[in-house]
Design a protein around this ligand. Sequence first.
Ligand SMILES: C[S@@+](CC[C@H](N)C(=O)[O-])C[C@H]1O[C@@H](n2cnc3c(N)ncnc32)[C@H](O)[C@@H]1O
Length: 257
Amino acid sequence: MEYSDFTVEIKKMCNIDLTNYKEKQMKRRIDSLIKRNGHESYDSYIKQLKKSEQHLKEFLGYITINVSEFFRNPSQWQVLEEEIIPELMSNKKRLKIWSSACSTGEEPYSLAMLLDKMMIKSKASIIASDIDKDAVEKAKQGIYTTKGIASVPEEMLKTYFKKEKDKYIIKDKIKIMIDFRIINLLEDVFPSDCDLILCRNVMIYFTEDTKEKLYKKFYNALSNRGIFFVGSTEQIIMPQKYGFLNRKNFFYQKITD
Ligand SMILES: C[S@@+](CC[C@H](N)C(=O)[O-])C[C@H]1O[C@@H](n2cnc3c(N)ncnc32)[C@H](O)[C@@H]1O
C-alpha cells in the first residue's frame, strides 16, 4: 500500500481527507508514528487502526497537532481588544464569534475572558469547534496545568480560574459563555453570519488548493464588516482575491456595502 492508498483508507475510517494537508509534512509525521508503533508498512498499521480504538485515537491525536496557548501572540490580542472588537461593537448590538480550530480551549477561553474584562460578555456569543473530539472534551473541562496557564496575565488568572492543587480550572461563568462543537473544516457546514472568526495555526497544514477553498468558505460565513483573524504565519497572500480587505496584520475584513 502506498501513502495515497493509506489516505483513502483513513478517509473511509474517520472522514478525514489527508490529501488536503501538505503531503511532505503529513507523510513524515505519519511515517515516524508508524515506525514508533513497530510497523513497517501502511497495510499492517491500517490493520491495527481497524482493530484498536486506542491506536486510532492515538493516530488522530498525533496528526491533528493540538498545541495551543492562552492569548497566543499577545500583541495581536491587544489589537483585537483595542481596535477590532470596539469597532465591531460600534456597528452591532451583538457579536457572533467563532473560534474555528479551538484545540483544547485556550483560544475561546481567552476570548471569553477578554469579553468579560471589556464588560460586553452579555452582548456576544462564542462558538468554539475542532475536528478532534478528545481536544474538544478537554476544552469543555477547562482544566490546565501550571505550564498551560503561563501566558495568562496575573489579574485574569486570579479572576477567571480556580486553583485546585496543581491544576487551574476555568470558572463556570466563563465556561458557560462557550458553545463547543465538533466541526471538520474540510467537510462540514460552517456557522453563518459570524462577526469575528478566528482560524489560527491550522491553515499552515493545508495545501494551497485547500486554503483557497477554505478562505472562500470563511468569507461566506462572515457577516458584512466581519473580521477574519489568522495565525502569525498565516497571512493571506492576495486577500482581495477572496473579497477581503487587509485591515491590520492578521486581521481581514469582509465589506459588501
Ligand atoms: C495547532 S492547533 C491551533 C489551536 C489554536 N487555534 C491556536 O492557534 O492556538 C490546530 C488545531 O487544528 C485542528 N484541526 C486540524 N485539522 C482540522 C480540520 N480539518 N477541521 C477542524 N480542525 C482541524 C487540530 O485538531 C488542532 O486542534
